[in-house]
Design a protein around this ligand. Structure first.
Ligand code: RP5
Length: 167
């Protein structure tokens, strides 16, 4: 049984969705992953989203581009939280995807991350799950501390070696 469901509208979304899955794997969170198009396969999509809760899914990470209705329709059909990832697009730069995902009507929210924000979607999922999982909360704490330390290490390098060391 997968705790998180990762779904994307097309295989062209995979490089961004992989960033979210890498985070889930890093924290040892079970997930299922699907390519389902809400527009091209509405019946299959409907069944996927309607049965997610019964499959044990606690939250959905959904990525899509252009007229990106997949995350919003996940939120309409699934009662748990949905994290939406807007894909960068060639014609409108991903603003089309962003607006399609973020501007949800009252009552049906989608927690929308940045355009191509796959890693942040994964981290946000971990933060949500860590609220009721002490072991995950500990791993999250260590991750955030390591992130803090890595910036401090760059600052120390800047001060000892100068800016040219970064060029
Ligand atoms: C969306 O249309 C997908 O999420 C993808 O980002 C976009 C383009 O899909 P393809 O034409 O690459 O399959 O449904």
């Amino acid at each position: 049984m997968a705790t998180v469901s990762v779904v994307m509208g097309s295989d062209s979304d995979m490089p961004v969705m992989a960033k979210a899955m890498e985070i889930l794997e890093k924290f040892g969170v079970d997930y299922e992953v699907r390519i389902i198009s809400a527009h091209r396969q509405p019946d299959i999509f409907f069944d996927y989203a309607k049965t997610a809760k019964d499959r044990g899914v606690k939250l959905i990470i959904a990525g899509a581009g252009k007229a990106a209705h997949l995350p919003g329709m996940c939120a309409a059909l699934f009662e748990g939280p949905v994290i939406g990832i807007p894909m960068k697009t060639s014609d409108l730069g991903g603003v089309d995807s962003l607006y399609s995902i973020v501007q949800m009507p009252t009552g049906i929210p989608v927690a929308t991350v940045a355009i191509n924000g796959g890693a942040n979607a994964g981290i946000l999922a971990i933060k949500m799950l860590a609220m009721t999982d002490d072991s995950l909360a500990g791993s999250l704490h260590n991750f955030l501390e390591e992130q803090k330390d890595s910036v401090a290490a760059k600052d120390a390098k800047l001060n000892t070696e100068g800016y040219k060391a970064f060029l």
